[in-house]
Design a protein around this ligand. Structure first.
Ligand code: ZN
Length: 293
């Protein structure tokens, strides 16, 4: 019996042993057969760490642009500075995501002061209010992504969480996902940013902002960016499923036990970091490394 089967329960002693054995391994060991896939790098200096963050942040924007997540000036990514954790890097307001480079990023604090980086362009006023409130409320969160991507925006009209209707969606199981149901107009007030951060909760990783779009967070920008691409696609899949269900096909949702198990096995921050590296590598080749400048 596998832990995924529908009638599985923890009463089977053999399965308990198997589960314990799996849980003793790291997430990267679990998904690797043979040598273990490498996880996030460590750095010998703050400068190297910062350069890595800015390059991966720029790479995430290029990927988002290529996947069609842009909408005018809307959307932003923020990443906490590794040296001064009360400050974070974000994108300039009027730099197209498909052209953005590491050297375009701006360093700001929670109150929106422009502290460093490329301060020749403004940052998004709504962006620093949302991201500032999240970084302030969640010391464990180093990166946040928000965009008005089409399927996220479409699904947000229902003000409902994504359902556990496929294995990939189980990454959003339980408290990992929340809904900010009270669209209070475009976020130009600090209280609105704080309400969004409160709705994310202490364990939230992804959020549906009703009538607005999606927001994801992570320990690394890679994790937050992968969660965003996964969530956008999951919204597309759920909308397709809802359309088919409205035509009379019966929708089947994964059982709570199986969804929780799958979440525990697949939602590890290092594993989600790894999930992003494929898109990053492709973007690096396609852009000839231009975003690293
Ligand atoms: Zn927005």
């Amino acid at each position: 019996m596998t832990p995924h089967s529908t009638d599985t329960k923890t009463s089977n002693p053999t399965q308990n042993e198997e589960t314990k054995e799996v849980k003793a391994k790291t997430a990267l060991q679990i998904i690797s057969h043979g040598p273990t896939i490498p996880g996030p790098p460590s750095f010998t200096s703050i400068d190297k760490h910062r350069a890595h963050i800015l390059e991966h942040m720029a790479g995430a924007f290029r990927i988002f642009a290529r996947k069609g997540f842009t909408e005018g000036l809307a959307g932003h990514i923020s990443v906490r500075d590794p040296e001064n954790p009360h400050t974070f890097w974000t994108n300039p307001l009027n730099r197209p995501w498909s052209l953005i480079r590491a050297s375009d990023m701006v360093l700001v604090d929670y109150t929106g002061n422009l502290l460093g980086g490329n301060t020749t362009r403004p940052v998004n006023a709504a962006g620093f209010l949302i991201h500032g409130a999240i970084h302030k409320a969640r010391p464990d969160v180093n990166a946040a992504c928000h965009a008005h991507s089409p399927y996220g925006k479409a699904w947000s009209a229902f003000a409902k969480p994504l359902e556990m209707i496929n294995q990939d969606a189980c990454v959003f199981y339980g408290k990992a996902q929340s809904v900010y149901a009270d669209f209070g107009g475009v976020v130009f007030k600090q209280e609105e940013g704080e309400r969004v951060a409160k709705a994310l909760g202490g364990e939230g990783k992804v959020m549906v902002l009703a009538n607005h779009g999606l927001l994801t967070v992570g320990k690394t920008v890679d994790e937050a960016a992968y969660l965003f691409t996964l969530m956008e696609r999951s919204c597309m899949v759920q909308l397709a499923v809802e359309a088919a269900a409205a035509n009379g096909l019966e929708k089947r949702v994964i059982g709570d036990e199986e969804a929780r198990y799958t979440f525990e096995m697949t939602a590890d921050p290092d594993g989600l970091w790894c999930e992003f590296q494929g898109d990053f590598e492709v973007e690096d080749v396609l852009s000839n490394g231009d975003f690293r400048k």
